[in-house]
Design a binder for this molecule. Structure first.
Ligand SMILES: [Zn+2]
Length: 77
């Protein structure tokens, strides 16, 4: 679970499809931020335009496919 120290520097997002979409490994990251693997709960910082970590980002107990879901969106000015 992602941690933060100062709650005045983060805010709850309004409903947004960016937080609902589950992305396949290796596809292009649409928004910079912290993504969570829906299979194992591992979290990764991903930069916009880079590929998501691969299927084998680490060993999974489950044979279910992995996917990356946005947990914290980085806001860039
Ligand atoms: Zn995983």
């Amino acid at each position: 679970m992602a941690l933060y120290r100062d709650e005045t520097r983060v805010k709850k997002a309004n409903p947004h499809s960016a937080f609902e979409t589950v992305h396949k490994p290796g596809v292009k990251v649409p928004y910079s931020g912290i993504y969570r693997c829906v299979n194992c709960g591992d979290e990764n910082c991903c930069n916009k335009g880079d590929p998501f970590p691969p299927q084998n980002h680490h060993q999974h107990q489950s044979q279910s496919p992995i996917g990356w879901q946005l947990l914290v969106m980085a806001v860039q000015k």
